[in-house]
Design a protein around this ligand. Structure first.
Ligand SMILES: Cc1cc2nc3c(=O)[nH]c(=O)nc-3n(C[C@H](O)[C@H](O)[C@H](O)COP(=O)(O)OP(=O)(O)OC[C@H]3O[C@@H](n4cnc5c(N)ncnc54)[C@H](O)[C@@H]3O)c2cc1C
Length: 406
């Protein structure tokens, strides 16, 4: 083996790639992770200070066993990072609970409940009166329905990626940042990766390039659509009522039973807003360790416009901020203050909004994880584990068959 030969190369060490590097390094593999930017960064899908974690999964119950395993994964990541010198005061995960609220007949509330119940996830169905009594921030019509999942909350994404890379490096991984992969190929005995700096060889390759996947995995044979998604931070009008744990993480499904199909099908709309479906709106409360930006973080899920990740991005517009403020004034007026900050983040949507974790077609030693469609972060530890299994053993005991290429 020459000095530039590795057991596995990982292209893209953002969310999933950093987790894969950590897992491989912990197993004693010789891993090289390469990212075109210095990670974490604000050009892809992992910035913005927080990501919701939850175990009930209205999108599909098949995800729940992976989420239950992920719980231990966050704890292990935190422990490993502290052992490698991370600040023990900076926790990765906080669990103020997640409140799902929905218009009458809400599929989001019903599916969340049934998916969690099937796997013993603790959650409490609430009617509108109970929501208002327990969480007076929420102004919910009498006929609305809700579910509270007390064991979930949010993770700090930049911190989690830094932690994963810190553990990976401490266990021998080489992480190259500011180096762009230009092309890769399979050879008779492994893989070769050419970057704008050098060429490397390895026994296997993992591609975790997020919104840039269509550029680097052209033979995948699946449509992947990067979307521009606005995020805003609003100043609380009552700081105590908007702080974790008094305010939980929340998701409001505003779709009526009459256009319920649109609510689920909004996941099939990669190009732009569906005029018939009100996108879901979600938020993450303030917390003492939040740093900048301050304020309640809010975004629409099911909205977004097609973009290329390298194209200039339009900043969040006054109209986009006003739309979010107006929805907040209706449902959570205490959090409907002025916008203190905003950001654009990228989803990478598959047609059915489910992830892809699979072998690259026609390649024996190349594995890909992509198309996280705006809901992938919470799977970071468990998918890092699955990718490490695939790269080293060619298979994983984790239940990811439903994420095969389709
Ligand atoms: C606004 C918003 C809110 C979200 N909220 C949630 C949430 O609450 N809960 C949740 O679970 N998920 C959420 N998500 C989704 C989640 O953040 C993403 O699914 C996840 O971060 C995707 O991870 P990734 O590894 O695919 O991409 P990234 O983390 O973006 O990593 C891809 C990396 O590949 C690198 N790269 C690309 N091309 C190359 C190349 N040629 N050479 C070298 N490096 C390359 C990039 O620089 C990048 O660092 C949200 C996403 C957004 C945008």
């Amino acid at each position: 083996m020459n000095s530039k030969t590795f057991s596995t190369i990982v292209i893209g060490v953002g969310t999933m790639g950093s987790a894969a590097c950590m897992q491989l390094a912990l197993r004693g593999e010789r891993v090289l992770g390469i990212d075109r930017f210095t990670v974490p960064h604000a050009r892809g899908s992992h910035h913005g200070g927080s990501r919701i974690i939850r175990d009930c999964y209205f999108e599909l119950p098949d995800y729940v066993p992976l989420l239950l395993r992920t719980r231990a994964g966050w704890d292990a990541m935190e422990r490993n990072a502290i052992a490698c010198g991370a600040d023990p005061m900076l926790s990765l995960v906080q669990r103020p609970g997640v409140l799902y609220v929905g218009a009458p007949g809400s599929e989001v509330v019903a599916r969340s409940q049934s998916s969690g119940a099937g796997f013993g996830v603790v959650c409490e169905p609430l009617d509108a009166r109970e929501v208002r009594a327990r969480f007076p921030q929420f102004h919910i019509p009498d006929d609305w329905t809700a579910l509270f999942e007390p064991g979930s909350g949010f993770v700090r994404p930049e911190r989690a990626i830094e932690a994963a890379l810190q553990v990976a490096r401490a266990h021998g991984a080489e992480i190259h940042q500011g180096e762009r992969v230009i092309e890769w190929s399979e050879t008779a005995t492994g893989v070769r990766v050419r970057t704008d700096r050098a060429t490397y060889e390895a026994q296997s390759l993992i591609i975790t390039a997020g919104a840039w996947t269509p550029d680097i995995a052209r033979t995948l044979g699946m449509a992947l659509t990067p979307l521009r998604v606005p995020v805003v931070w609003l100043a609380p009008l009552d700081a105590a009522m908007c702080a974790s744990p008094r305010m939980p993480v929340w998701y409001i499904d505003r779709v009526n039973a009459s256009n319920q199909n649109d609510a689920i099908n909004m996941y099939n709309l990669p190009t732009s807003r569906n005029a018939n479906a009100a996108p879901g709106i979600y938020g993450i409360p303030t917390a003492p360790d939040q740093g900048e930006p301050a304020g309640v973080k809010i975004a629409l899920h099911g909205a977004g416009t097609v973009c290329h990740p390298d194209a200039p991005r339009e900043s969040v517009t006054a109209q986009e901020i006003a739309e979010i403020q107006s929805i907040m004034a209706e449902f959570i007026p205490t959090a409907a203050g002025a916008a203190v900050d905003s950001a654009i983040c990228l989803y990478t949507n598959t047609v059915d909004q489910h992830f892809v974790v699979d072998q690259m077609p026609g390649c024996a030693r190349v594995w890909i994880a992509c198309g996280f469609s705006g809901h992938g972060f919470k799977f970071m530890p468990v998918l890092g584990e699955a990718l490490a299994d695939l790269a080293t053993d060619g298979a994983t005991p984790l239940p990811i068959e439903f994420l095969a290429r389709r």
